[in-house]
Design a protein around this ligand. Structure first.
Ligand SMILES: [Zn+2]
Ligand SMILES: [Zn+2]
Ligand SMILES: [Zn+2]
Length: 163
């Protein structure tokens, strides 16, 4: 079983749709890159690539640990306490690793197309996924014991996979 997030169950509330501005930047004339929404109080604030990093500051100061991406089409949720992506699954919140999971899909497609996974570390698929990085990442995590069992099982289910 994946590591659970114990924060979201109490931190996440029903919030209205996010705004299309950073509420704190608007007050000070700041600029933002991406928008995030606090899922506890609903405030729309800016990301860590923005000069003022209002969302992570808000998470620390208000103790509101869970946010979501608030840009068009964004569908992800982040827990600052776990420092990880989280999602609801089977009635609980769990952390997950989107890079790991996307890589499994890409690797399975490559194998199905008859390609080898023994690629150079700088190999990028025609669709732009850094498959070489991914192979090195999962092998490294497996070697140092940081790859969780569920993810190891997904990787091992790729036909022909070897560690
Ligand atoms: Zn959490
Ligand atoms: Zn801001
Ligand atoms: Zn908040």
């Amino acid at each position: 079983m994946r590591q659970g997030c114990v924060h979201a169950a109490t931190a996440v509330t029903a919030v209205p749709a996010p705004l299309d501005v950073c509420e704190a930047c608007v007050e000070i004339g700041g600029q933002w890159v991406h928008l995030r929404q606090c899922l506890t109080c609903g405030r729309t604030l800016c990301c860590d690539n923005s000069p003022n990093r209002h969302m992570s500051r808000h998470a620390r100061e208000a103790g509101h640990p869970v946010m979501r991406g608030a840009g068009p089409g964004e569908a992800w949720t982040w827990c600052f306490e776990d420092d990880a992506m989280i999602r609801e699954a089977d009635g609980r919140w769990e952390t997950y690793d989107p890079f790991m999971e996307t890589g499994v899909i890409v690797a399975r497609q490559a194998v199905a197309a008859g390609r080898s996974l023994d690629v150079a570390e700088d190999h990028v698929t025609p669709q732009g996924f850094p498959l070489g990085d991914w192979v090195a990442y999962v092998r490294g995590a497996h070697a140092d014991g940081s790859l969780i069992e569920d993810d190891a099982a997904l990787v091992e289910a790729i036909p022909g996979w070897t560690w």
